[in-house]
Design a binder for this molecule. Structure first.
Ligand code: UDX
Length: 428
């Protein structure tokens, strides 16, 4: 059992701290948001993550997990300090390191000799050494231990990782961090810090590449009359390709892929390399958003001005409440910009959406469709797939459905008179 301090209780920090307590370590999680800490102490988990609520409650009951705003008292008694801090992208595409820098400077004097500081957030290559300099200590260690957690699946991804990556200049410190994951039985890859930081960017950039690739193949299929669903299944059976992340959609989003692809592109440019493939991935993603909007525009006759449009889904994907860089929000923003009157439903949204102030928010999927000329499915919440098409038909003014996630059953929707369009295959 180790004494672990986790600084930051966002999607990564809360999952990391809680899952480490599940593995038997004694964990204290810090956040400067006192109300959030208070809620966590009562077992109130402010994010949607399958299984997290139960593990927080378990950790609190076992006395292995606690929450505090007093970073100093926990850091000073920790063997490991995990930095799980926001590293948002700045308007110019670079990474905002202000949170990491501030905490590194703050905790430096408090650390016990021999403590290992662990960078968990996705950070620019070179951050491990940068943090070591800010700590101003030669008797502590810094390693990179990038997270590979998918939102909505983070607990499972943490406890059953396909691999653990730990990178650092001190082999002993690297080994100590690797041992924290003993309870997961995952293969551990140890390397230098730069390599570990690069692994994280390369992983996300490749996954984003797969998505832009299948979105492009889907668009070609629409021209050719081929069916991308069969193409994806057939190529995915080749173990060299793999069947996951071949689902076409409105484009990738979230707090990672958009930021990390641009971050890696800039990194390559700074290193003097023109990463053209990655630039095309980013361009293809923006084109996919535009293509989704164009499909809706065409479905209502060529102009969105004054058109009532129903939208199902605002989060960046299903099973999360996160709307950061959501393709759904971006598509809605563009629909509104062209004059559409949008009413949306998302199971995680109630009340006005701050980033979409003019968009109506319905209490349920069918209400969102009342009087609408077209319905657009932008997030693959399973509950959308079981809404009876006939009930939707009764309340809609128009008969157009643009299913940007290939979630709905085309036959069922067409059977009640809808003009259904998916992604990557032609309406029959
Ligand atoms: C991603 C990586 O998967 C994870 O390993 C990393 O640690 C953090 O970034 P996340 O951003 O939570 O995780 O979501 P992910 O499931 O990867 O989806 C990212 C975006 O790609 C979403 O907008 C999703 O809808 C989209 N996507 C994903 C597709 O459009 N098609 C797919 O087949 C898969």
């Amino acid at each position: 059992m180790a004494e672990i301090a986790v600084v930051g209780t966002g999607y990564v920090g809360l999952t990391t701290g809680t899952c480490f307590s599940r593995l038997g370590h004694r964990v204290v999680c810090f956040d400067n948001d006192a109300a959030k800490v208070e809620g966590l102490r009562d077992g109130h988990v402010p994010i949607v993550e399958a299984g997290l609520d139960e593990l927080v409650t378990q950790g609190l009951e076992d006395g292995l997990l606690r929450f505090s705003t007093e970073t100093k008292d926990g850091v000073a008694s920790a063997d490991f300090v995990f930095l799980c801090l926001p590293t948002p992208d700045l308007p110019n595409g670079s990474v905002d390191m202000s949170y990491v820098d501030a905490v590194a400077k703050q905790i430096g004097p408090w650390l016990r000799p021999g403590t290992v500081v662990v960078n968990k957030s996705t950070v620019p290559v070179g951050t491990t050494r940068h943090v070591a300099q800010l700590l101003g200590r030669d008797d502590v260690f810094v390693v990179s231990n990038p997270e590979f957690l998918r939102e909505g699946n983070a607990v499972a991804d943490f406890l059953n990782p396909s691999r653990v990556v730990v990178g650092g200049d001190d082999a002993g410190a690297v080994e100590r961090v690797a041992k924290l994951y003993d309870g997961t039985n995952a293969p551990v890859i140890t390397c230098d810090a730069t390599t570990a930081e690069t692994i994280k960017y390369a992983a996300n950039a490749f996954l984003a590449t797969k998505i832009s690739f299948i979105n492009s193949i889907a668009n070609i299929c629409e021209y050719l009359g081929a069916d991308v669903r069969v193409v994806a299944d057939a190529i995915g059976r080749d173990p060299r390709i793999g069947g996951q992340f071949l689902q076409p959609g409105p484009g990738f989003g979230g707090s990672c892929f958009p930021k990390d692809t641009i971050g890696l592109l800039r990194l390559a440019e700074d290193a003097g390399y023109d990463f053209g493939v990655l630039r095309s991935v980013i361009e293809a993603n923006d084109q996919q958003l535009a293509r989704t909007v164009a499909k809706v525009r065409d479905a209502v006759g060529g102009s969105l001005r004054g058109m009532a449009i129903a939208v199902w889904g605002l989060t960046f994907k299903a099973n999360t409440d996160d709307r950061r860089h959501s393709p759904a929000v971006e598509v809605v923003r563009r629909l509104v910009a062209e004059g559409a009157q949008v009413t949306a439903f998302d199971p995680t949204v109630s009340g006005v959406v701050p980033e979409l102030p003019s968009v109506g928010v319905a209490a349920n999927a069918i209400e969102a469709c009342r009087g609408a000329e077209a319905l657009v499915v932008l997030t693959e919440w399973r509950e959308f797939a079981i809404v009876p098409p006939a009930s939707v038909r009764e309340v809609m003014a128009g008969a157009a459905v643009v299913d940007a996630r290939n979630l709905l059953d085309p036959g069922s929707w067409r059977s009640v008179g809808f003009v259904y369009q998916g992604v990557g295959f032609r309406p029959q």
